[in-house]
Design a binder for this molecule. Structure first.
Ligand SMILES: NC(=O)C1=CN([C@@H]2O[C@H](COP(=O)(O)OP(=O)(O)OC[C@H]3O[C@@H](n4cnc5c(N)ncnc54)[C@H](O)[C@@H]3O)[C@@H](O)[C@H]2O)C=CC1
Ligand SMILES: O=C1O[C@H](COP(=O)(O)O)[C@@H](O)[C@H](O)[C@H]1O
Length: 256
């Protein structure tokens, strides 16, 4: 990607992981919700993704959008996800297609399919001897309104791809934590996404050729109930981390 890349929600955790890994790889334009404490090393704008004039200015001249901005809380209210996640994503898409942006990479979530984790399947499905696997071809099955908003973002992508031909990659992100997998949380360990793998999957989404994709964004954990095969095939994703390589906070095996 030679053109500038717009990163919305750049001040958050996923934005931090992406910028830590890829700061020097692209010409970034950051969209921040509020003024930063420290001056960013990249061009930036401040505002809300529901502000149409702002998002139109933000997409000007960019080749790709990584859209992270939104309310990330699984317990978020309908009012919040309707505005921040659904309306904000629709406004971003509308501005992106009008500008002729080539690629739109959307931060979807494990919560878009959270209701597959039924009482009958859990906690066994989080463990190594269970073989339950979702591959991204299943219909969304959210377990909360936040998940509904993330699934809606995927459907908005389907619409804008089919009607306007923008390339769309929905990354159903698992559980991003810095340094080591979540502790005492089997579910989080099975869907762990390390910071380096998070940067890498977004780089692959910026570089690969595709039309419309839904992939899971997790590390290569020994136990996973999300397949990463589609991410490997469509994007060339090659994760290095594995939650099984950790005992608590300590790494006991090196990444590949
Ligand atoms: N952190 C994780 O493990 C996962 C994150 N995600 C998704 O990734 C995206 C980023 O999540 P995090 O970085 O964890 O959240 P975060 O809360 O750390 O970052 C989100 C950023 O978006 C900004 N924002 C929120 N509403 C906005 C609006 N209306 N206009 C402009 N900016 C707005 C916030 O101020 C914040 O800086 C979210 O869309 C979330 O749903 C999905 C699955 C897992
Ligand atoms: O979509 C998200 O998922 C992660 C993992 O979910 P959790 O229910 O195991 O916490 C969550 O941490 C993150 O905030 C959210 O945006």
């Amino acid at each position: 990607m030679d053109d500038p890349v717009l990163l919305t929600g750049a001040g958050g955790r996923v934005g931090e992981a992406i910028l830590e890994g890829l700061a020097d790889e692209y010409e970034w334009r950051l969209l921040l919700h509020s003024p930063p404490d420290e001056e960013p090393d990249h061009e930036y704008m401040i505002g809300d993704v529901t502000d149409e004039a702002l998002v139109r200015a933000a997409v000007e001249g960019v080749g790709a959008v990584i859209h992270l901005a939104g309310d990330p809380r699984p317990e978020a209210s309908w009012d919040s996800v309707l505005s921040n996640n659904i309306d904000g994503t629709q406004k971003m898409y509308e501005a992106a297609v009008d500008e002729g942006v080539e690629k739109f990479i959307y931060a979807s979530s494990n919560h878009a399919v959270g209701a597959f984790e039924t009482d009958e399947r859990t906690p066994e499905m989080y463990r190594e001897d269970d073989d339950f696997l979702l591959d991204g071809t299943e219909l969304p099955r959210p377990g909360n309104l936040y998940g509904v908003s993330k699934a809606t973002g995927e459907v908005l992508g389907r619409y804008y791809h089919d009607q306007y031909d923008i390339d769309v990659c929905n990354i159903r992100i698992g559980n991003l934590t810095r340094g080591h997998p979540p502790i005492d949380y089997e579910r989080g360990q099975a869907m762990w996404l390390s910071y380096p793998d998070c940067a890498h999957i977004h780089q692959r989404a910026l570089e690969a050729d595709y039309d419309f994709e839904i992939v899971y964004g997790i590390s290569d954990n020994d136990r996973k109930y999300y397949s990463i095969e589609r991410a490997r095939e469509a994007l060339g994703y090659d994760p290095q981390d594995n939650s099984a390589h950790f005992k608590g906070e300590e790494r006991v095996e090196e990444p590949r």
